[in-house]
Design a protein around this ligand. Structure first.
Ligand SMILES: Cc1ncc(C[n+]2csc(CCOP(=O)(O)OP(=O)(O)O)c2C)c(N)n1
Ligand SMILES: CC(=O)[C@@H](O)[C@H](O)COP(=O)(O)O
Ligand SMILES: [Mg+2]
Length: 632
């Protein structure tokens, strides 16, 4: 039995010797590399927090003491130490989530994977404890990347104001989000990193002052316990101390003893303390450390020895099609610029940045700032393309509405990972954009069905300079081209079954192949369909009500929430046009979806050709029954 196998909960860590802890760290790294290579997941971030997590669980008594993780992608070690060592189905259906999960463990609190929220949670939990006179520490672990998010500073502003409210912040500073962390904060952290380590200054103080007769010891104790902190007497702490936080650091985040020592000191401090830990993303696994792009932030299924991908590639991704086309557009138009929120390569802007380094900005994990600064860029005469994952645009809704749309700024938002993403669980599905954004006046939304349409719609989007535009596509390989056989207004007609058409199927973006297969199934039942791709789903094409009026039923199929989605907008448009044809809406139910593969989730929620055809057929039958009853 390895030491790790004998760890059934945090208590089993307490009695380990220094040597055993070192051995445990090695076992954990060995486990992580092999387990995550088998399933895919966040390898680099977790390799970087092995010692930090061990120290946290040795010093604190989780779950009485709450240990909170920002983003949560770096919580695998925490899971291993809290009784969850079966990683065989990590991020898979029925397996461990890739993030903390309350259903999995009492040790888990924050399940959502949206960055920069942990300090807000910690502030709230600490207040709750104080108001209710509860004991127990609140410890928030936040990465240097997450610290570039505005919400972290909203929370810090509140935390620093409460000098009498204990709260421990652990900054896990590995100098990277995916890429190296950007901005003034990153520079400040770098400054702090280069000052003498807290431990060294402390050790020096202990050594020199305690050898000084009479006053030495008293001075050491008074400096050490001083509000401003021992270190401040010897090395200014800058921003954090100026904010009112006691700053402890920088600490070697891979030295369990040093981290434990700082954590124990922090426990004794009756106010907010920030411990600055220096770690290495991908620590202990050379291929990760050598991976310049993102230190194996996320890996797919791979051979742990060669790092060769083992999952079959089904052809180019939507991201790569976008990444190539935006470079071509950039060649033609020097007013087109790009913004990423700390995800330059994941959103496909790597090539654009290489070609036009002065025309792309990484704003940090700061989607709200991305949207507002885009309004500024547009007002300044440029055409910004803001590329983010769909789910992360949620937090920039007000900025899109009130800064971009209200001022009719020509900004193009490109949403990758739109629709069901699957393995990253509930908070990562891009399932709300075509619902939430329906209310934005002037915003135009496109959902391409194939690579050619993505290229075309992206060009149409950047051609609009007096309103926001948005193009969205899923986390998938791009399928085969789907040609239009006709066009009605702005609608591409993809299919017409012979005979009198009964069903108008509105296929939104990537749902086109699904709808074409459903139409074939319906034809086999003698039901004739017209399948159209609206291309631009917002606003609803003016030709749609008229086309709907030629059918008995309209079915709208979208990889987005059913609630207030494209289907709802189509129903509204038909109503406004006095077209009394029923609309059946197929989409993602109004619920948080458990993690599983995209295809598994789509099947579970009925977004498959068989399900769709079956429900349309049943709908028609029901309509016929109703008509018969009305006649009788
Ligand atoms: C609001 C939001 N935007 C983007 C992301 C995507 N994302 C996941 S982890 C990550 C980098 C986090 O960096 P850091 O906080 O330093 O943690 P590390 O991975 O370095 O441990 C990003 C940008 C996210 N989870 N949330
Ligand atoms: C934690 C986080 O938000 C990202 O790392 C996300 O998991 C990446 O998703 P993809 O793997 O789809 O790029
Ligand atoms: Mg980091």
């Amino acid at each position: 039995m390895t030491i790790l196998e004998n760890i059934r909960g945090p208590r089993d860590l307490k009695a380990l010797s220094e040597a055993e802890i070192g051995e445990l760290a090695e076992e954990i790294r060995e486990f992580l590399v092999h387990a995550v290579a088998r399933t895919g997941g966040h390898l680099g971030p977790n390799l970087g927090v092995v010692e930090l997590t061990v120290a946290l669980h040795r010093v604190f008594e989780s779950p009485v003491d709450r240990i909170l993780w920002d983003t949560g992608h770096q919580s695998y070690v925490h899971k291993l130490l809290t009784g969850r060592q079966d990683f065989s189905k990590l991020r898979g259906k029925g397996g461990l989530s890739g993030y903390p999960s309350r259903a999995e463990s009492e040790h888990d609190v924050i399940e959502n994977s949206h960055a920069s929220t942990v300090l807000g949670w910690a502030d709230g939990l600490a207040k709750a404890r104080q108001v209710q006179g509860e004991t127990g520490h609140v410890v928030a672990v936040i990465g240097d990347g997450a610290l570039t998010g505005g919400m972290a500073w909203e929370a810090l502003n509140n935390i620093a104001a409460a000098k009498d409210r204990p709260l421990i912040i652990v900054v896990n500073d590995n100098e990277r989000s995916y890429s190296p962390t950007i901005g003034g904060l990153a520079n400040h952290l770098a400054t702090l990193r280069t000052t003498d380590g807290y431990e060294k200054v402390l050790a020096w103080g202990k050594d020199v002052l305690q050898r000084t007769p009479v006053v030495g010891n008293t001075l050491y104790e008074s400096l050490h316990g001083a509000k401003k902190g021992f270190k401040d007497a010897f090395a200014p702490q800058g921003m954090f101390e100026d904010l009112g936080l006691k700053y402890v650091g920088p600490i070697d985040g891979h030295d369990v003893k040093a981290v434990e020592s700082a954590l124990r000191r922090a426990k004794r401090f009756h106010g907010p303390v920030l411990i600055h830990c220096l770690t290495e993303k991908g620590r202990g696994y050379e291929p990760a450390l050598a991976h310049e792009e993102d230190h194996f932030h996320t890996v797919g299924v791979m051979d742990p020895r060669t790092c060769e991908p083992l999952a079959p590639s089904n052809g180019p991704s939507w991201t790569s099609v976008f990444g190539d086309e935006i470079v071509r557009i950039g060649e033609e138009r020097d007013d087109v610029v790009a913004i990423t929120a700390a995800m330059l390569h994941p959103v496909g802007l790597g090539k654009f940045a290489a070609r036009f380094p002065e025309r792309v900005w990484d704003v940090g994990i700061a989607e709200q700032h991305a949207a507002v600064s885009a309004a500024g860029l547009a007002t300044g005469g440029l055409h910004p393309v803001v590329a983010v994952y769909a789910t992360f645009l949620n937090r920039a809704f007000d900025q899109l509405l009130m800064d971009v749309a209200l001022h009719r700024c020509g900004v193009t938002f490109v949403l990758d990972r739109a629709g069901v993403t699957g393995v990253d669980g509930a908070s990562h599905n891009g399932m709300w954009d075509m619902s939430v954004l329906q209310v934005v006046p002037g915003l135009r939304i496109a959902a391409p069905r194939d690579a050619e349409q993505l290229r075309a719609q992206l060009r149409e989007a950047v051609a609009v300079d007096d309103a926001p535009t948005l193009v969205r596509f899923p986390k998938e390989s791009v399928g085969p081209e789907i040609p239009a056989i006709d066009r009605v207004g702005g609608l591409d007609v993809l299919h017409r079954t012979a005979g009198t058409p009964e069903v108008l199927m509105v296929a939104v973006g990537v749902m086109a192949p699904v709808c074409l297969q459903a139409a074939d199934l319906l034809a086999a039942r003698g039901i004739a369909c017209t399948v159209v791709d609206p291309r631009w789903v917002k606003p609803v094409d003016p030709a749609l009500p008229g086309l709907a009026a030629e059918h008995r039923l309209v079915a709208v199929v979208e990889d987005n929430s059913r609630a207030a989605g494209v289907g709802a907008a189509v129903a509204l448009a038909l109503g406004d046009a006095e077209v009394d044809v029923p609309v059946r809406r197929f989409g993602i139910p109004e619920q948080f979806l458990a993690h599983a593969k995209r295809a598994e989730v789509l099947a579970d929620i009925g977004l498959t050709p068989v399900e769709i055809a079956g429900r349309i057929s049943a709908s028609l039958t029901a309509k016929e029954e109703q008509s018969k009853e009305q006649v009788e």
